[in-house]
Design a protein. Sequence first.
Length: 235
Amino acid sequence: MTREDLLELATAFRDAAAEDIAGAEAAEQFHAATLRAHARLNQLEAQLFADYEVRVDCKAGCGACCHLAKIDTRAHEVFALADWIRKNFTSAECDAVLERAQAHAAAVAGLTLEQHLRTVRACPLLRDMKCSAHPGRPGVCRIGHSQDVRICERAFQNPDDLAAKSGSHAETKLAMTVASDGSTFAFIEAGFDKTAYDLGSALAEALASPEPQERWLRGEPAFSESAKAKQETPG
Ligand code: SF4
């Protein structure tokens, strides 16, 4: 894809999400808009795999990429995911996810960026090596794919090798990332929190109390400092 193609793709995803959230007021409507943006990302992935003849080696029950402790996402995706969990999990399952998410948050809170990148830890939503919230998972989890599961297994077994080869199809990953960013940009343009958050840490806060979502709906930062995604600090 050329730069112009990628810009066109980002713009199309931004415009579609902006149209979905225009006039929305209730949290439910924003969650529905997020799930529609996810559905568009799924369609794009299918189209790209077909166009580039990508042979995907991912299989249910692998779960290697769901052990990357550093999974960054945005607040609108966390709240849509939390909403999906509340609607689809039993009360006991919700409590269990909250407990695992809080354990995750406590485990990663004090890590530096590099330590976090080197950490192997199952996502709080991974059960029996499958995503228990697959239909509600955030964009970053939809972008991930592998053409060779042996590359993922090596990365899983060698977390200190931060320069390890990626199993993704580069063109597909780039286009999916750009499209997902386009959807996110629509939420930012509408005045919502633009912070990148650690998925497990933000999910723990979203499931524990209604206050983060109330802050988010007011256009304020949704989650605590410790839930923020770790970023490079300028040297
Ligand atoms: S949300 Fe689901 S797909 Fe994403 S890392 Fe967690 S278990 Fe894996």
